[in-house]
Design a protein around this ligand. Structure first.
Ligand code: MN
Length: 206
């Protein structure tokens, strides 16, 4: 049985980048529905007691779609913090950490600004519903990929670090058709300490 993750912030904490209304629908309705559907679909099957990542790697069809959406959203919702608490000095702290994710971004994209531009561009040009990802490949090189619908880069052997949901339900109430503006605004609520934790965990696992 999977349960709805707890948000590490209040429903109104991400305003004005993500409104309380968007968050309550996105987290409370969309993610809850994916969790409920997944639990119904896996009951009595071989998937019932598998970790989420393993279900995503081994399933297809409706089970894959719902498991993928739970995994993707769990990662998505836990990487934010309110912009009031998210001071630029936090990013500087992460940026200074030797061998950390910011140094790897600079190494592989030239600069944080270049990375943001490429990430926004891939998010804007993803056709239809899906997710844009920053992941580490097998050699530890950072790559940005687009994934359709519920897909997750773990199915390509990548190790995901950061993701943005570009399904319309993630931004339409607040930004309507302005997906690019939404993507641009999100940087101020990315919790880089969490991205750094993921990067360290990925490197520890090898
Ligand atoms: Mn979503």
């Amino acid at each position: 049985m999977f349960t709805l993750i707890k948000l590490p912030y209040a429903l109104d904490a991400l305003q004005p980048v993500i409104s309380e209304q968007t968050l309550s629908f996105h987290y409370g309705k969309h993610l809850q529905a994916y969790v409920d559907n997944l639990n119904k679909l896996i009951a009595g099957t071989d998937f019932e007691n598998m970790p989420l990542e393993e279900i995503v790697s081994k399933s297809s069809g409706a089970i894959f779609n719902n498991a993928g959406q739970v995994l993707n959203h769990n990662m998505y919702f836990t990487q934010f913090m309110g912009m009031q608490e998210n001071s630029p000095s936090k990013l500087e702290g992460v940026a200074r950490s030797a061998g950390g994710v910011c140094q790897a971004i600079t190494r592989d994209f030239g600069s944080l600004e270049n990375f943001k531009q490429e990430f926004e561009q891939k998010g804007t040009t993803l056709f239809g519903s899906g997710w844009v990802w920053l992941s580490a490949d097998k050699e530890g090189k950072l790559v940005i990929t687009q994934e359709q619908n519920a897909n997750n880069p773990i199915t390509k052997g990548l190790k995901p670090l950061l993701t943005i949901d570009v399904w319309e339900h993630a931004y339409y109430l607040d930004y309507q058709n302005r997906r690019a503006a939404h993507l641009q605004a999100l940087w101020s609520i990315i919790n880089w300490e969490e991205i750094e934790r993921r990067y360290v965990a990925v490197n520890d696992k090898g």
